[in-house]
Design a protein around this ligand. Structure first.
Ligand SMILES: Cc1cc2nc3c(=O)[nH]c(=O)nc-3n(C[C@H](O)[C@H](O)[C@H](O)COP(=O)(O)O)c2cc1C
Length: 320
């Protein structure tokens, strides 16, 4: 029999918070872990001193399991290797690694598993899920209901059921479109052992999403989201689900700078069509930026604390 996600990760509520780059810092991750689920900080934009600073905040902010999310496709094999070295060297064993998409090289799996770390990999196809599971990962099955970049073309519960048929004993997590405990229960009925939430944590008090972005998510219905490929600067060639904007409706607009932001103390300009999400350090035309948002927004109507998000799911996602 497969284990519940809570038993595998040693947490009380079988829920993963997505390590959303820019939005999910150490504050959000630690708040989620301290509430009994598994928090995760977005680490893919960070390297060297900036990554070390975040890892220290993560390790001192909670004594429970907590994760760091990296994105192999965006940073490439060499920088990924460097980031993984930092995580393994600078954090205690209870810090797990989370990857968005498959690494190019199988050695990445071997290295993380051999170091005794839990590895969580989000995938969008049965083939990738089987590959990741055979190499020891907890598999997160992302459906196209999800906010952010999309790894496949299947609906969440179809993918979960297909993976469960192939992988009866793997710890399998459902992702995409889950904004309520009832939706989480549907994912469990399709064969999942736990769930991953992204958009539901965008609106958490501890999230670093820009205030305009948070308010837009709480006001939105799933019909206000679109799958597009227009926010390609910084991450080309992958579709993403975002809140519809003037940019998604008219992608022929001029490629101009529309704002500024700061990542770990360093200033950057934000061009129109940038894949960068608007954070509390971003200024400019927020309403034109990449506001990643899942169909889950239909069930998300207020900004609440991370602990309250976790508490709402505790009864459907029990511990070991
Ligand atoms: C604002 C935002 C940013 C995201 N950034 C990341 C990221 O950096 N790494 C990652 O693994 N997934 C990221 N995702 C995708 C999530 O892991 C997950 O697939 C998605 O949030 C699930 O759908 P939901 O938003 O309906 O819960 C992001 C999602 C959102 C909404």
């Amino acid at each position: 029999m497969p284990s519940t996600l809570a038993a595998v990760l040693g947490i009380d509520v079988g829920l993963l918070q997505s390590g959303m780059g820019g939005v999910a810092g150490a504050d959000l991750a630690c708040a989620v872990s301290n509430a009994g689920a598994a928090g995760c900080a977005g680490g893919y934009k960070l390297v060297d001193a900036a990554l070390s600073a975040m890892l220290e905040r993560l390790a001192t902010g909670t004594d429970r399991p907590v994760g760091v999310n990296l994105i192999p496709e965006v940073v490439g094999p060499d920088e990924l290797d460097h980031q993984i070295t930092q995580v393994l060297d600078e954090t205690p064993e209870r810090v797990y690694l989370s990857l968005f998409g498959m690494p190019e090289d199988d050695a990445v799996f071997k290295r993380i598993v051999a170091a005794g770390r839990q590895l969580v990999v989000q995938i969008g196809t049965v083939e990738d899920g089987v590959h990741a599971a055979e190499r020891g990962a907890v598999v997160v099955a992302q459906g196209i209901e999800a906010g952010g970049h999309l790894l496949g073309t299947s609906q969440r519960d179809e993918l979960v059921a297909a993976l469960r048929a192939e992988l009866p004993d793997t710890c399998l997590v459902a992702s995409g479109g889950i904004g309520s405990p009832d939706e989480a229960a549907r994912a469990l009925a399709a064969g999942a052992d736990g769930v991953l939430l992204g958009t539901a944590f965008v609106v958490a008090h501890e999230s670093r999403a820009h205030a305009y972005f948070k308010a837009a998510v709480t006001a939105a219905d799933q019909a206000d989201t679109v799958i597009t490929d227009v926010y390609e600067i910084g991450w080309p060639g992958r579709r993403h689900r975002v809140l519809a904007t003037a940019v998604t409706s008219d992608p022929e607009q001029a490629k101009k700078f529309i704002g500024k932001t700061v990542v770990e103390g360093k200033p950057y300009l934000v061009p129109r069509f940038s894949s960068a999400v608007p954070t509390d350090a971003t200024t400019g035309r927020i309403e034109e930026m990449a506001m990643y948002c899942g169909q889950s927004c239909s069930a998300i109507s207020s900004e609440i604390s991370a602990a309250d998000v976790v508490a709402a799911y505790a009864h459907v996602l029990p511990g070991a």
